[in-house]
Design a protein around this ligand. Structure first.
Ligand SMILES: Cc1cc2nc3c(=O)[nH]c(=O)nc-3n(C[C@H](O)[C@H](O)[C@H](O)COP(=O)(O)OP(=O)(O)OC[C@H]3O[C@@H](n4cnc5c(N)ncnc54)[C@H](O)[C@@H]3O)c2cc1C
Length: 535
């Protein structure tokens, strides 16, 4: 059994920021399932939104966030995040993040993005996430109080009810996690006074996604299995513009390209977005993704195109160096020809339900970053608000931890049974796992995608059931591998997305139901909350 004061699971912006803030008073172990840089954070391009310019205002950012959230944001949380945002961005700069300098406010070049009424996105050209990850990691690596363990995959949370063999009727306390060392194959029992889920999103539940391979919804699945409340999982954001090329895996064409004048056109070069939304190419992501989906369905084309060739070639190369270089590598010179694009699963607005301090419904379990559902995004996230949410909540979670540390420190480390291997044997045919992975991702793409229908949701529930049963029945028959653990998690998250989507019989934000095209405020202006106890 390994013990630490705080067990942080995940090394993206949420996990690293939180670890840095608590390491001055607590011993932190940070586990991450692959290499430390493998995270969505490392891929973020556009930037982080905050009110930094004198031409901008907190009210404007609050208004844009609420409008995007389509009636489901928690206004108090929105106000708090937007108000604390500028301070957190300045703090990132103190941690060594080098945002692009300029005359936009705070000495920075501020970008414009869809859904924002003002230039307010601090960026490091189109490599913002990589710059943030670099700076935070270098601080973490220098810190004596933080132990970072790569190739350590959290499997399940440890619970007081299990340790004491007592039914808790909903109340429980988290005591750490079982963690698979993917190099040695051993399952470690890691206990902690406080456990913090910073495991990112779940884009891999869908066939097409902009997310990295780590995004398998592990935090949501673990928390749900442990009995925590999860919420709003029907609100999956599809990024409208993922590079369409069979050889390029998950490459995103940032929102900022439209922000800087990029126009969506069909194969004949005809702009089409105004047909679907009066805001045209700068409409929010959901509207643009639906516009592209409708356009592709109508024309039968495999993709549409994003055209920025009317801007000077030098500006394009300077502002979007990575997008320029990557597209060029695949034979598209974006200064001279439009970029082929398709929508892809991008961001999960829902997650483990938390309060204003990042606390979940299970004691001593926090959830931060994309894994959490804080109330900021409501039914649709405003571009560049997720990095912001992660740093604000990491700060608040750490503040709560500091204030309550004397109490938390008194918690005894209870003896926990080791993971039972029993008669488990090694999987000889990996095809058993890869087949189910593929089936789930295709089902979700085809049945629970950008535009939903009640009939399709009923069908997918039926089709998913035998796969879920097979996984539940056989999970403990095999020695654990990362693929098996993640398969169980994407299956759980897929089921939760479907249950949330089926229960919301209206269209709102990212959840578009053909059968119920309008809002139904009387019944559905509320979060969709699920727990294992109500399954
Ligand atoms: C291509 C792309 C571009 C984006 N651009 C922007 C942008 O411009 N602005 C913006 O605000 N947002 C953007 N986003 C969204 C944003 O990047 C993410 O929401 C944010 O980085 C999430 O941070 P996080 O710390 O919560 O999770 P992540 O950065 O995804 O980190 C999750 C960590 O958890 C680890 N992990 C997961 N499961 C386990 C487990 N079981 N055990 C151990 N470790 C585990 C992972 O290995 C990883 O280290 C973008 C997302 C993508 C994919």
């Amino acid at each position: 059994m390994f013990t630490s004061d705080v067990l942080v699971i995940g090394s993206g912006i949420a996990g690293l920021s939180f670890a840095l803030k608590v390491a001055s008073f607590a011993r932190v172990t940070l586990v991450t399932k692959k290499a430390r840089v493998d995270s969505a954070t490392n891929l973020a391009q556009g930037g982080i939104a905050a009110v930094l310019s004198s031409e901008d205002s907190l009210e404007a950012h609050i208004g844009d966030t609420l409008r995007s959230g389509d009636g489901l944001c928690n206004e108090e949380i929105v106000r708090m995040v937007v108000t604390e945002g500028p301070e957190r961005v300045r703090e990132l700069m103190e941690f060594g993040v080098r945002f692009q300098k300029g005359k936009g406010g705070a000495g920075l070049d501020l970008g414009m993005e869809g859904g924002h009424s003002c230039r307010r996105v601090a960026h490091a050209m189109d490599l913002t996430g990589r710059e943030i990850e670099r700076a935070l990691l270098s601080q973490v690596e220098r810190h004596q109080g933080i132990e970072v363990l790569e190739n350590h995959l959290a499997i399940d949370l440890l619970l007081e009810s299990k340790a004491s063999h007592r039914q808790r009727n909903g109340y429980d306390r988290c005591l750490g996690a079982y963690v698979l060392n993917t190099r040695s194959g051993e399952v470690e029992t890691r206990t902690a006074r406080l456990t913090v889920l910073c495991t990112g999103g779940c884009g891999k539940v869908y066939l097409y996604t902009t997310n990295p391979d780590i995004a398998t919804g592990d935090g949501v699945a673990m928390a749900y299995r442990a009995g925590a409340r999860v919420a709003n999982l029907e609100f999956v954001q599809f990024h409208p513009t993922c590079f369409y090329n069979p050889q390029a895996k998950n490459f995103l064409i940032s929102e900022a390209v439209r922000g800087e004048g990029g126009i969506l056109v069909d194969r004949d070069g005809r702009p089409f977005m105004k047909q679907y939304d009066p805001r045209g190419d700068l409409a929010t992501r959901d509207a643009v993704a639906r516009g592209i989906d409708a356009e592709m369905k109508e024309s039968g084309a495999d993709c549409v195109y994003l055209d920025i060739t009317h801007r000077p070639a030098e500006f394009i190369r300077e502002r979007f160096p990575t997008i320029y270089a990557t597209c060029k590598r695949f034979g598209v010179d974006i200064t001279m020809e439009p970029i082929p694009v398709v929508p892809a699963a991008h961001y999960m607005c829902g997650g483990v339900q938390v309060d204003a301090w990042g606390k979940s419904s299970i004691a001593c379990l926090l959830a931060l970053g994309e894994t959490a559902c804080t109330g900021l995004h409501g039914a649709n996230r405003l571009a560049s608000n997720s990095l912001l949410e992660a740093v604000v909540f990491a700060h608040r979670g750490a503040s709560w931890c500091r204030e309550n540390w004397s109490e938390l420190k008194k918690q005894p480390f209870l003896p926990i049974e080791d993971w039972r291997v029993g008669k488990a044997c090694s999987i000889e045919e990996n095809v058993l796992i890869s087949h189910n992975w593929d089936q789930i991702r295709r089902l979700m793409w085809n049945y629970v995608g950008i535009v939903r229908r009640e009939k399709r949701l009923k069908l997918v529930q039926r089709r998913l059931r035998p796969i879920l049963e097979e996984i539940r029945e056989h999970f403990h028959d095999y020695l654990l591998t990362a693929d098996l653990v993640e398969l169980r998690n994407i299956a759980v998250v897929a089921e939760l997305i479907i249950r949330c989507a089926s229960s919301r019989k209206e269209s709102r934000g990212l959840h578009y139901m053909v059968d119920y095209p309008g809002h139904d405020d009387a019944r559905f202006k509320r979060d969709t909350v699920l727990t294992r106890f109500e399954a």
